[in-house]
Write a protein that binds this ligand. Structure first.
Ligand SMILES: [Zn+2]
Length: 236
């Protein structure tokens, strides 16, 4: 029986993404690792496969237990994950977005953050780096604003067998961006070098495979993409 890690409930089946059939054929050909569009929505809470995977990664790795009393920056906060973070009672919880959609959010440009050095113990910045102009600059800002034993979680779609990212020198039309990058507001398709991009800031870390972090969690039952690794980095 499928089990949703976000609403903590057994469900009959995952629902497909409404536009699952519209996926760029290039993304399939390249083997892009992103959302599982066929096993996407939870019929109970409406979370998606990325939310479920993220919450499993955060809880099983022990990071979720470190939230209590910690200073957390959550960029582009996932609507279904944000209440779970808040419920763990961080001492400071900043929800940031380049274009804030709620009065609870503050404007954060992750390439130029206005927070002092060492402001946060944990930064969550998922599905953002594929949108920003200069992901190396964003990584440097994560490094700067993390405490010395702080962690960054930065889930990002990527192609595991592509050595270098694919990024045109010009801004693509929405149609071409959807075809080459997988979504109209993406500005690149990362390859394996997404790790080098984040490490270039001084952060250490890696893409940890599902089977290593979650060996007891069958991806089909938990409705997540087993090819999506845990993007975990630390300043240590
Ligand atoms: Zn659910």
């Amino acid at each position: 029986m499928p089990f949703c890690s976000v609403c903590d409930t057994e469900v009959a089946a995952w629902l497909p993404h409404p536009n699952a059939a519209d996926r760029s054929p290039l993304m399939s050909m390249m083997g892009t690792v992103g959302s599982d569009l066929q096993n996407y929505l939870c019929p109970n809470c409406g979370c998606n496969d990325r939310d479920r995977h993220l919450w499993l990664y955060l809880t099983i790795s022990g990071l979720a237990d470190r939230i209590t009393g910690a200073r957390v920056l959550h960029i582009a906060p996932e609507a279904k994950i944000s209440p779970l973070i808040a419920a763990r009672r961080p001492s400071r919880y900043v929800r940031g977005d380049l274009f804030p959609t709620s009065p609870d959010f503050v404007r954060v440009d992750c390439e130029r953050m206005e927070f002092p050095d060492a402001s946060f113990d944990l930064i969550l910045c998922n599905h953002v780096l594929e949108h920003v102009t200069d992901p190396e600059a964003a990584s440097r800002e994560f490094y700067r604003t993390l405490t010395s034993d702080g962690y960054l979680v930065a889930q990002t779609p990527y192609v595991p067998t592509l050595r270098y990212r694919m990024e045109f020198t010009e801004k693509l039309s929405p149609e071409r961006a959807r075809f080459f990058y997988g979504q109209e507001d993406h500005v690149r398709l990362f390859g394996r070098d997404v790790v080098d991009c984040i490490r270039s800031s001084g952060l250490e870390g890696d893409l940890f495979p599902h089977g290593r972090v979650l060996p007891q969690h069958d991806a089909t039952r938990y409705g997540c993409n087993p090819l999506e690794p845990f993007f975990l980095f630390t300043k240590k």
